[in-house]
Structures are given as C-alpha cells and as structure tokens.
Design a protein around this ligand. Structure first.
Ligand SMILES: [Fe+2]
Length: 389
C-alpha cells in the first residue's frame, strides 16, 4: 500500500521536430507583449536565441535576451537576470537551453512573483505565489526541468547547491523540439542522458514512489537503454533524439512526484564544490549508490522492476544475482557512452570527502532515498566511486 499522495503535472507540452511553432497560438491567446529570453552565450552566438525571438515576434511579442547562463547556475547569475527583468518588466520569461537555463528562469520567475532573494526559497514549498509565466524551451535531453517542480541554484559563498522543490515553479508551457537538440555535442548528450537514467532509477527506488511514477520511470529506463547509445553515436539519428526527449520528460515527471535520492544528494555536493557537470557526477555515483541501497533487501522488489525494464534475463531468477546484473548493466551503459570511470578522473580530492558527505546528508533529495545512510557510509560510497576501476 502507498501513502496518500499529490500528483503534479503541467498542462501544456509540445513535443517533436518543429514543435516550437505551436507556441505562437498560446501566446496570442494570452495577449502577452513583452518577453525576457534567458539563455547561454552558445545559444545566443549560434543565433538559436534569434530564432526564438522571431517566433515570439510572430505572436506580436517584443523580446529581450539575457545570455549569461552558465552550467551549475549561481545566485549571482540569477541576480543578474533579475536586474534585467526589473528594467524591462516582462509579461513572461522564456528559458532557452537545458536544466541550467530552465532552473535560472524558475528562480527568476519565483523571485519576481514573491519578492525577496532566491536564497529564501531553499527547501520545500517556501514561496506563496505562482511564478511569473515561464516557457521552457528545452535543448538537451536529460534534466527534465521543464516538467518538474524542482530547481537547483549554486550558492557560491557556501560552495553548495540549494535545491528548491516548489509547486509554484512549474512552467506554463514546456517545449521539447528535437530540431533544437540536434546540435548537442556527444559528451553533453551522454551526460544529460545519464542524468535522465539516474532520475528514473532513483524515482523507482524512492520511498515516495507510486504506481503512477513507476510507469513513467520504468518506460524511461527501457527507452534510455535503447536510444541513448544511438543518440551519442549518431547525433543525426532523429528517431533516437526524439525517443530521448520523451524518455527524459517521463523520467522528469516521475521524479518530480516520487523524489530522488542519495545519488543526487551526493552529486549536488560535488557540483557545488568543484563546478562539475551534473550528469557526469550522477553517472559515476549511480552504480555505487545502487550497491549501497541493495544491501537492504527491502529494495530488491524495486530492483526486480528495473531488471525487467532493462530487459535482463538470467538462467534462473535470484534477487542477489538480479541486483548484480542490474548494476553491471548501468556500468556498461555509462562506459559505452563515454562517461569517466571514477571521481578521481574528475579531479575530486579525497580530503574533501567528509565536507562533501556533510552537505549530501543535508540535501533536500536525501530523505526520499530508500535507505538512510550515516555520514561514514556516504564517505565510503564517495571513496568507492573515487577509486580507479
Ligand atoms: Fe538530475
């Protein structure tokens, strides 16, 4: 039996090649006139932002662009975007990019509607008013931020990531246009795809999972296993790009309602400390945290679901063998898409393990992990993920 739960979904989503063109009609219905587009310098310089502004102009909208977003967006970046917004007073904001742009936009939308500072909203449901309307134009296939009630901002003073879980931050319209994902480089396709795999696996193992979240997470696991290696190998494989767009969305919907776990808690510490790519941190940690969680046999029922979603077969089913095979399959997938083997390859320092573990223990994602770790157990998992294989 499951506890009573709330299910959050966003109402308007556009999918597929050319889906951006569906935005015009929605904006015209609202009568919006002014937009702030929040993006990064790559999408600005490669004229993708101009393409979005042309779409918006077709709906009678005058756009301004802020292109200072960087990976692991900081409080400083949010404040910079807020000061641009204060000058132009937009009717709505458009996030153009992956999780970093969308999370920055969510933070801006919440602070514009509620006042105060972004730091005030760390934790669960800290705002009282709905965000200014946000259109999330997703250009990567992994974070699922366009569908979740989560956003993450780095507090550069504390070297830590603030996780905000807030139903008021849900976007107004999410767009997954695969034409905008075509130019994603191999390494970004791999890292964001493994982020989505981590979302799906943590959602299944979460102690807040329900049959509703399982159906999305398990389908995502099946689709990512099949299509991520193809999308990494050949970025022009538009069928796999499209399947990855749907899969990462499904994984996002699952974790937005089931929560995440110890992989994300530990990855957030690494990201805040060393400014490392989120998806890569998750991918390196994932098999080690799965091993830790599997020590508690109560997780084996959920491991069996993941084993099935990965289409694994054994001569005769035993839960221990299935767990080992499942973890091995995740390691194989990471290796196939070119993820580094260990945290030491990423420049993580052994002497930081305790400070990292202290932050991970306090992370908003930790309570939904199926097994509650001690600080020494978290350090032990960092050490296993750090050692060269
Ligand atoms: Fe993630």
């Amino acid at each position: 039996m499951h506890n009573p739960c709330r299910v959050n979904m966003i109402s308007t989503n556009f999918f597929g090649a050319g889906a951006i063109e569906l935005l015009r009609g929605e904006i015209m219905k609202k009568g919006f006139r002014k937009a702030l587009v929040i993006t990064d310098s790559f999408l600005f310089e490669s004229k993708v932002a101009d393409q979005i502004c042309t779409e918006l102009a077709g709906a009678g909208v005058h756009s301004f662009i802020y292109y200072g977003v960087k990976p692991n967006p900081t409080v400083e970046i949010v404040n910079e975007a807020l000061s641009v917004a204060a000058d132009i007073k937009p009717d709505f904001i458009v996030a153009l990019g992956g999780g970093s742009a969308i999370d920055t936009c969510k933070a801006v939308g919440i602070v514009l509607a509620n006042g105060g500072r972004v730091e005030d909203y760390e934790g669960v449901n800290k705002s009282s008013e709905k965000s200014l309307p946000v259109v999330a134009v997703n250009t990567t296939a992994g974070t699922g931020s366009e569908v979740t009630t989560f956003y993450v901002i780095t507090d550069e003073k504390r070297h830590s990531k603030m996780v905000m879980v807030d139903t008021n931050c849900s976007v107004w319209i999410a767009i997954n246009d695969t034409n905008l994902m075509k130019s994603m480089p191999q390494s970004l396709t791999a890292a964001t795809g493994m982020d989505a795999m981590t979302h799906a696996i943590e959602a299944v193992l979460s102690n807040e999972a329900t049959p509703f979240t399982d159906k999305d997470a398990l389908w995502a696991i099946t689709a990512i296993k099949e299509h991520l290696p193809r999308a990494v190998k050949n970025g022009d494989d538009m069928n796999s790009r499209e399947m990855m767009a749907y899969a990462q969305y499904s994984a996002g919907l699952a974790f937005s309602n089931a929560g995440l776990g110890m992989v994300h808690a530990m990855a957030h510490s690494l990201g805040g400390f060393y400014n490392l790519p989120h998806g890569v941190c998750n991918a390196v940690l994932l098999p080690h945290v799965m091993e830790f969680n599997a020590r508690d046999e109560k997780t084996h029922y959920d491991f069996k679901k993941i084993y099935g979603a990965l289409d694994l077969k054994g001569a005769s089913y035993s839960s221990r063998a299935a767990v080992a095979q499942t973890i091995n399959e995740i390691k194989k997938l990471s290796h196939e898409v070119g993820i580094p083997a260990s945290l030491s390859d990423l420049g993580v320092r052994e002497e930081d393990f305790r400070a990292l573990a202290e932050l991970a223990l306090q992370d908003t994602c930790m309570p939904s992990n199926p097994v509650k770790p001690t600080i020494d157990q978290i350090i032990d998992v960092y050490r296993k993920a750090w050692k060269k294989r």
